[in-house]
Design a protein around this ligand. Structure first.
Ligand code: SF4
Length: 358
């Protein structure tokens, strides 16, 4: 997908955090966490991208950078071709920053913290309506709120709008948060572990609802999850893509069926192995990863950052960092094994018969 047709496009974006200046840091070395490290990704109209990876891999930081809530250390994030941070800093941008904020919404993991416990739902839901549609009358602002609450099954809506958040279940609260994010008619919603706190039985219901509303609103989703089966469900139903993150980088990306059925990166294989019944019971019996522990993000391994955990690592992986190799069908992997003619295949394995690094 070219960035011309993209809603949001991130180009070589990095977000680094450095400990410097705090009292506790006075006697220690500055440490830099490369939460996001040189990522490029386009999200188009009506697109669904599921971003998965272990906790701490940088998914949420990337998500925030994509919706303009986290300023990149380097690289650019554009909304319909407009640099988001230039729009914020400039006096007369082509697309005003307020328009970008309206178009890029977020749903967090904990709906309870997203709703003011002291406000009835109507008050909470009226706030974005007042902000984005200041010229409408109160009654006209209330109409889409009631219609959307009915649409997500919170019926009768007239009754629900008078409730406080604690009078709703977790699933009902998350529906309200989804409604609130849609009231601005956004182009992209970042759903950051938005269904993780729900009971398993409610997760599919919520994802189906998100997809139904996507059709109605033409919204794109960036769906962040640590759970491959949820990511697979949403992206597959939407005909979307999956992006796998590891230590601040996308290590595999592509159409869902290709990434799941034909994973190229050993880390994706490990995630798939750890998600039983993803596609039947077939698969490897042995855990396809050497080490369970994630390396320290401050002191990342040399070469391919996955090499200390990789059962397929060879000498070259210890010293050289692979690029993302992408095929014509948009399936990319950051692993030498994705290139059949790479010199990796002539390099010595660094994993012995016991699975230990030599
Ligand atoms: S480049 Fe080497 S270490 Fe990295 S994932 Fe591929 S085989 Fe494993």
């Amino acid at each position: 997908m070219s960035s011309d047709s993209s809603v949001v496009s991130v180009d070589d974006v990095s977000v680094h955090f450095t400990n410097n200046g705090g009292l506790l840091d006075l006697f220690s070395e500055n440490e830099t966490v490369r939460a996001v490290d040189g990522i490029s990704l386009d999200i188009g109209e009506n697109d669904v991208v599921a971003l998965i990876g272990e906790s701490g891999c940088g998914k949420s930081t990337l998500g925030k950078a994509i919706i303009g809530a986290e300023r990149p250390t380097s690289g650019t994030v554009t909304f319909r071709g407009q640099d988001i941070w230039e729009a914020r800093d400039e006096r007369d941008p082509e697309i005003p920053f307020s328009e970008i904020r309206r178009s890029l919404q977020i749903i967090h993991q904990d709906p309870g913290s997203a709703l003011n416990p002291n406000q009835r739902l109507l008050t909470s839901l009226m706030l974005p309506m007042k902000k984005w549609y200041p010229d409408l009358s109160r009654e006209r602002r209330k109409e889409p709120i009631l219609a959307l609450l009915e649409k997500v099954g919170l019926s009768p809506a007239e009754d629900f709008v008078n409730r406080f958040p604690h009078q709703l279940s977790g699933g009902e609260q998350q529906r309200v948060v989804l409604v609130r994010s849609l009231l601005s008619n956004p182009d992209l919603i970042l759903a950051d572990e938005a269904i993780s706190a729900l009971d398993v039985s409610l997760r599919v219901e919520m994802m189906d609802l998100m997809l139904e509303l996507q059709e109605l609103f033409g919204t794109s989703y960036l769906f962040i999850s640590h759970d491959l089966s949820n990511a697979r469900y949403l992206a597959e139903k939407a005909g979307g893509r999956i992006a796998v993150m590891y230590l601040g980088r996308i290590v595999e990306v592509g159409p869902i069926e290709q990434v799941i059925e034909n994973p190229q990166h050993p880390y994706t294989k490990a995630l798939k192995w750890a998600t039983p019944n993803l596609y039947g019971d077939e698969g490897e019996e042995e855990l396809p990863v050497r080490e369970i522990d994630i390396p320290d993000p401050v002191d990342r391994p040399s070469g391919c950052h996955f090499h200390p955990r990789c059962p397929k690592a060879r000498e070259i992986c210890r010293t050289r960092d692979p690029d993302l190799i992408t095929t014509d069908d948009g399936h990319g992997a950051r692993c030498y094994r994705a290139d059949e003619s790479h010199e990796y295949w002539d390099s010595q394995s660094i994993v012995d018969d016991e699975g230990e690094l030599r």
